[in-house]
Design a protein. Structure first.
Length: 222
């Protein structure tokens, strides 16, 4: 790492107060983005207001984590979103003069660093992996959410307006079930279905067994 000196101070130094405030204003912008997304969906207004209210009481760090988790399961939140606009708005809120704002925007190095910082905080997607012909799931850090023990996994991108963990559709020994990506392999619907379908509305899951359809309520599933 290049050592900071008098000649390169302005180029290399990052003011920790500036970083903290930019993080805060970015989280506010992302809060508004989630709010707009939820309002456009069919979810209940009460749930929407509870979710938005919960963000207000969080620290910036907790808010970043919660919004990132929401985005991971509702990836259309950032469909078409330009993080450069988010950053520019955050910088505008931080700057006390237009001239200072212009200076920040013109600093390509600083802008790029902040942009990468934003993406690393809010784009934290889980992914499915394969091992010895079986499938599992890891979070963005590589920690195991579901061990590689299943013949098939399908993440349920349900556009609900809460942070409730949604089950994953899984196949084992030719039968379908529902498990939680909690690192424990918690089964919320036993592996007894010939197929499981996902719907847009609660309770979201419909199973088929021996030619018959059954609504699966994961709060009471067996």
């Amino acid at each position: 790492m290049e050592k900071i000196n008098e000649q390169n101070f302005d180029y290399l130094y990052s003011d920790p107060i500036e970083v903290e405030r930019i993080d805060k204003f970015v989280s506010d912008e992302m809060d508004r983005q989630v709010h707009r997304y939820i309002k456009a969906m069919k979810g209940s207004k009460d749930n929407m207001l509870r979710f938005i209210a919960s963000l207000k009481d969080m620290t910036t760090e907790d808010k970043e984590h919660s919004i990132a988790t929401y985005i991971d399961y509702n990836r259309k939140v950032i469909s078409g979103l330009d993080f450069r606009i988010v950053l520019a708005r955050a910088m505008a809120n931080y700057c006390d003069t237009f001239e200072y704002f212009q200076t920040m925007l013109a600093d390509e190095r600083k802008f790029s660093l902040y942009l990468e910082r934003i993406k690393s905080k809010y784009i934290r997607f889980h992914s499915v992996f394969e091992k010895d012909g079986k499938f599992g799931m890891v979070d963005y850090k590589g920690d195991i959410l579901i061990p590689a023990e299943y013949d098939f996994l399908r993440t349920c991108y349900v556009y609900v307006d809460s942070l409730t963990t949604m089950p994953v559709i899984a196949e084992r020994e030719g039968k379908m079930g529902l498990i939680l990506p909690d690192g424990k392999g918690t089964v919320v619907a036993d592996f007894k279905y010939d197929d499981i379908y996902l719907s847009d509305e609660y309770p979201y899951f419909e199973g088929r067994k021996n030619g018959r359809k059954k609504i699966i309520d994961v709060t009471h599933a067996q």
